[in-house]
Design a binder for this molecule. Structure first.
Ligand SMILES: Nc1nc2c(ncn2[C@@H]2O[C@H](COP(=O)(O)OP(=O)(O)OP(=O)(O)O)[C@@H](O)[C@H]2O)c(=O)[nH]1
Ligand SMILES: [Mg+2]
Length: 351
């Protein structure tokens, strides 16, 4: 699962990237740990030899968007297509040191980028419709060409009016077509407004209203101060709470961004609490116990007998896995059982 940071040049993408990587950034692509207090609590109790949190891959290698008003370069479009999610970093800070292409206006920039993504998709849809006009199969109901033409005829006016594909209701077949085309406005998007140091806790009514609108339309949005986030990431864990409190924050804003990214990718977490290794595993929401087993190892899935499942809440209430088992909180589940976010799992298998 790859997350591409996009944004105008000098919007703070690389600063946020380094902050989110919590000191682990290597080059411009890094698997970033997903902050999860449940995982920390399991590790503190189990004290495993090795601990492996869930991760998402952040990619800060895309070229910046050139100043307002210009279309995206083909290279940028091609790179963005490969991502599973776009993390749009929007400049909302003013600085004499870092010059910008225009007066700072985060809402204008956020909208401009959204429009540009929609226009890039519209171009593809129009080109395809033009070609389908000459296709004989597109005239026969039931053919893939016919389905594509019907779909594209329907979404074209929506794109023209600025609606991103992710906001359009699609059938499963239509979703497959959309995925094949790698449409940019169909990708999940998370927006990070990079605000002034002083505004990190309260970004003001205008930005707050826009963030609420974005969240309601399915794109979670956050106010972050990227340099402050980078400073927090550099502090020892023990020094963080006091610094956060002085800023009016309950936790680093980048944590919330990464969790929102993870959620928007459709991922949940299950845990394996081993003494050798305790691990948080990303899993596509709605996946079965068999899929979870295969995520751990194909051999474990092959010999699958049953999954022993304890939900984190029961584990936390009991204080340990042993107590949870003793209290009868463990459920034996079959292959088709749907795993929930926060399940602790042990797979009984034949090997
Ligand atoms: N004052 C202030 N400066 C910031 C903030 N965020 C980033 N900067 C500064 O702005 C400059 C650009 O930040 P980067 O993180 O490199 O931005 P970028 O989007 O990766 O830039 P390019 O990839 O070079 O286009 C740097 O000098 C940062 O220190 C902020 O919130 N406030
Ligand atoms: Mg950069």
């Amino acid at each position: 699962m790859k997350v591409a940071l996009i944004g105008y040049s000098q919007s703070g993408r690389s600063t946020l990237y380094r902050a989110a990587a919590q000191g682990l950034a290597k080059g411009d692509v890094t698997s970033v740990p997903v902050p999860d207090p449940r995982f920390d609590a399991i590790v503190a109790q189990v004290r495993p030899k090795k601990q492996t949190p869930a991760g998402v891959v952040l990619d800060d290698s895309l070229e910046p968007i050139s100043p307002s008003g210009k279309a995206f370069s083909q290279r940028l479009l091609d790179e963005a297509k490969k991502a599973d999610l776009l993390l749009h970093v929007v400049r909302a800070f003013d600085s004499p040191i870092a010059p910008f292409h225009a007066a700072v206006d985060p809402i204008r920039d956020q909208e401009a980028v959204e429009v540009e993504l929609v226009l890039a998709d519209l171009q593809i849809v129009e080109n395809r419709l033009e070609r389908l006009k000459r296709s004989t199969t597109a005239k026969s109901p039931g053919t893939p060409d016919y389905m594509e033409q019907t779909l594209f005829d329907r979404i074209r006016p929506m794109l023209e009016s600025g609606t991103p594909i992710r906001a359009i209701e699609l059938s499963e077949d239509e979703q497959t077509v959309v995925r094949n085309y790698q449409f940019l406005s169909a990708k999940p998007m998370v927006v990070a407004f990079n605000v002034d140091e002083a505004s990190a806790a309260s970004p003001g009514p205008r930005l707050e209203a826009r963030m609420a609108e974005l969240a309601a339309s399915g794109s979670p949005a956050f106010a972050v101060s990227a340099p402050i986030e980078e400073e927090i990431a550099k502090l020892d864990a023990a020094d963080q709470p006091e610094f956060l409190e002085s800023l009016g924050l309950s936790e680093p804003a980048s944590y919330r961004v990464i969790r929102a990214v993870y959620d928007a990718l459709g991922l949940i977490t299950f845990f394996t609490a081993g003494e050798n290794e305790t691990k948080a595993w990303p899993l596509r929401r709605g996946s079965t116990a068999l899929k979870a087993a295969a995520t751990i190892h194909n051999d474990i899935a092959k010999g699958f007998i049953r999954a022993e499942v304890v939900h984190y809440d029961d584990y936390a209430a009991a204080g340990s896995l042993d107590s949870a088992y003793a209290q009868g909180k463990m459920k034996l589940e079959g292959k088709d059982h749907v795993i929930q976010d926060g399940d602790l799992i042990h797979i009984r298998n034949k090997s």
